[in-house]
Design a protein around this ligand. Sequence first.
Ligand code: F6P
Ligand code: MN
Length: 326
Amino acid sequence: MNPAHAQPHRLDIWLEEQPKALRHVVMTIAGACERIGEAAGQGALAGLHGLAESDNSQGEAQKKLDVFADEVLSQALAGCPHVAGWASEEHPDPTRSEDFGVHGDYLVVFDPLDGSSNIEANISVGTIFSILPHPFRGTPVGDAGFMQPAKQQVAAGYVLYGPSTVMVLTCRNGVQAFTLDRRSGHWLLTRSAIQVPATTREFAINTSNQRFWDKPVQRYVAECVAGETGPRRQDFNMRWVASMVAEVHRILTRGGVFMYPRDNKEPRKPGRLRLMYEAAPMALLMQQAGARAVTGTQELLEIVPDTLHQRVPVILGSADEIARIV
Ligand code: F6P
Ligand code: MN
């Protein structure tokens, strides 16, 4: 027996049930994230704390680790024969693979370092990724090829750089978590068939934006805060890490609701989070874990993007609570 097969819980072996090309893409992302995790774990010693001397595609100041993570992922994807192109939070336009832009099977869209305001405080950050089919394989992929609804994702997930480095992945076959064994360098299956409990007593929202929220969100949060004395007749707890990857990971661990709803603080922006590389991959994970992700009026998986960096309101988590909010 091949010694590798003695450990069926390794990511590369677990992926053997998937098409070979997809397996290659996921392992490419995993390899890049291992490097990003190493750099994040080195903290101040990696020399990657603080601001880079640049802004990203949306005029936001980039951190050095944002730039590093983006470069590591982009380089890795450029070498993967199954990736026709990729797009990142850090660049205004998608990139067509120089070598594989015609025949590559997939497109990858990613947020290289989510929650990067947390880096210097040594609080969890993460990478979010979404894998889409190359819609017209055999022709050079163009920008329009990326504008696919979230429900067309072939696979999606994130890597959380916390006390441990964990990849949470769905290939539309449920949700599994693989923890990076830093001694062997292998990603080992540590949770499978993850399900989010339908009920919860925990919610996450940035309450400093309260006065800007729409009425239904105001009311939902007010009822949670009223606790035992309000219509819910039970106390709720609240969390806010300001790292969506960490919030979603907590919800996949013990249930909960995460909201970055529409607000009228900046009427130009319909929400804070970006559809294609933040909301959409998390929405697929939620669906696959028996939970839900909505804008408030629409299922996130149904949205057809207009632009690569489009923002959307995000309300996700335990199914019964999402139904109540909607
Ligand atoms: O990328 C956006 C993000 O950093 C999320 O990870 C996080 O949930 C949110 O922004 C934090 O927003 P705020 O700074 O308003 O708390
Ligand atoms: Mn982000």
